[in-house]
Ligand binder design. Structure first.
Ligand SMILES: [Fe+2]
Length: 445
């Protein structure tokens, strides 16, 4: 329901395939004189929901409405993603959180069973929790018309369930969070960070991300140590460490998608050699970067496995000097009759999910005239869909609409226009396929 509120409020308030490699041949990383060569696969926000916990019916339908998430399909999508990742010659897999729908213990156990297949194929798999994953009071089953509470997990149980996916092999584990440091290849440190606020959960889970002081100091100490030892460091955090569109943090509606104090934290990361952080959370495939004097940092957000366009990233590091990021979209899912039309299915799912109620909200909660709401709703939805997919280009319809209502006195219309504009304004660099000079942060074109 959080996402219902999120999408609702947003509108209310404002109202490739260049996968390198392909066949799994040689998956041995190479370390020559500290020049590292390796590949990472990334997928995020799989929101796995154990099929035992739901059966089609009003209960689930009401819960899913406006959530953007193909949860009934989550197992089939995960299996498709795993089989695709297995065929890529990556040595490492990163999954930056929201592993489950709402932290159900059974979903965690079954998700861990699924990703064990990647581990068994010789890859090192690392997870961290997302806001939905730990001590979640919204952990429920939805059978027919019945909603019932089901067991969630404590932080200790999370660590135990994912022992083979980071925690057991960690060089360091933070006492105050589920953060850890692992070294999958000699010379490479994965800085897995947990900014989730499950300790503050009440009858709802906490969406925003904030490092407690002890954890933040622990992370700073680890990256300073990593830098002094000459390690190449790659970070992973559920929440964004930079804004992915102008005003994301200052807008009360989207503030929870970027960690608190992100400016000073990302500057400290950049200064101490943590220049690349893989994130998720907003379900958008979007890359942004920031420069602080001579230091730089990239926030590489990967979209969700349960939201269009269902991306997987492959990240190839060459000689510790160049990072090639490519994106491919899952296009084949064995669920009911979806098959190879999965991209069409996912697109329609998202559009229909949002279309069903956005217009209503604009009229009922924000008192827009029906004719005006009917103009804004579809273009607003298109702006979201475009942002999720990345490399968004503003549409002529959106420009025309914004121009048509320029100078309008209605505050809702002003906010809607501004939101559409900012969602459609893709901040540099490109989002899906990108090559980066890892020494300078410059994009290689
Ligand atoms: Fe999510």
């Amino acid at each position: 329901m959080v996402y219902n509120r999120y999408i609702g409020i947003i509108f209310s308030m404002a109202l490739i395939l260049l996968i390198t490699g392909g066949c799994s041949e040689d998956s041995t990383p190479v370390n020559q004189e500290n020049k590292l060569n390796f590949k990472i696969s990334v997928f995020s926000d799989p929101h796995y929901f154990a099929p035992e916990l739901f059966a089609e019916g009003d209960a689930l339908e009401n819960n899913l409405r406006g959530s953007r998430k193909m949860l009934m399909e989550s197992e089939a999508i995960l299996k498709s993603a795993i089989s695709r990742v297995k065929s890529i010659n990556s040595q490492i897999v990163l999954i930056p959180g929201d592993l489950t729908k709402d932290g159900e213990k059974l979903s965690h156990q079954k998700f861990a069973d699924n990703i064990r297949e990647l581990k068994n194929s010789g890859k090192k798999v690392y997870v961290i929790p997302g806001n939905h994953d730990v001590a979640n009071p919204e952990s429920k089953s939805y059978i027919g018309v019945n909603v019932e509470n089901v067991e969630s997990v404590t932080p200790a149980e999370f660590r135990q369930i994912y022992a083979d996916f980071g925690y057991n092999e960690a060089l360091y584990k933070d006492e105050n969070s589920l953060s850890y440091v692992a070294e999958p290849i000699e010379g490479l440190w994965i800085i897995a960070m947990d900014a989730c606020r499950y300790n503050e959960n009440t009858d709802r889970h906490t969406v925003g991300g904030k490092f407690n002081n002890a954890t933040l100091n622990w992370i700073y100490d680890r990256i300073k140590e990593g830098k002094s030892k000459g390690k190449l460091m790659i970070g992973m955090n559920h929440h964004g460490v930079l804004e992915h569109f102008t005003g994301q943090k200052s807008n009360p509606v989207t503030t929870d998608y970027v960690i608190d104090d992100y400016r000073s934290i990302s500057e400290e990361f950049a200064k101490n050699g943590l220049n690349f952080v893989f994130t998720g959370h907003f379900h958008a495939n979007d890359i942004v970067s920031a420069n602080y004097d001579k230091n730089f940092i990239y926030d590489i957000e990967t979209g969700s496995l349960v939201t269009y366009p269902v991306p997987i990233r492959t990240v190839e590091v060459i000689n510790s000097e160049q990072m090639n990021i490519s994106t491919e979209l899952i296009d084949n899912v064995d669920y009911q009759s979806i098959g190879s039309d999965f991209q069409v299915y996912a697109y329609n799912y998202l559009k229909n999910d949002l279309s069903d109620f956005v217009e209503d909200i604009l009229v009922s909660q924000f008192s827009l005239q029906e004719s005006v709401a009917a103009q804004f709703a579809p273009i607003g939805i298109n702006a979201f869909v475009a942002h999720y997919a990345g490399d968004e280009v503003i549409s002529k319809e959106a420009v025309d609409l914004i121009n048509e209502y320029k100078g309008n006195n209605n505050i809702t219309i002003q906010l809607l226009s501004a939101t559409i504009q900012t969602l459609y304004t893709d901040m540099n660099p490109e989002d899906n396929n990108l090559r980066i000079n890892m020494m300078t942060g410059a994009v290689i074109r």
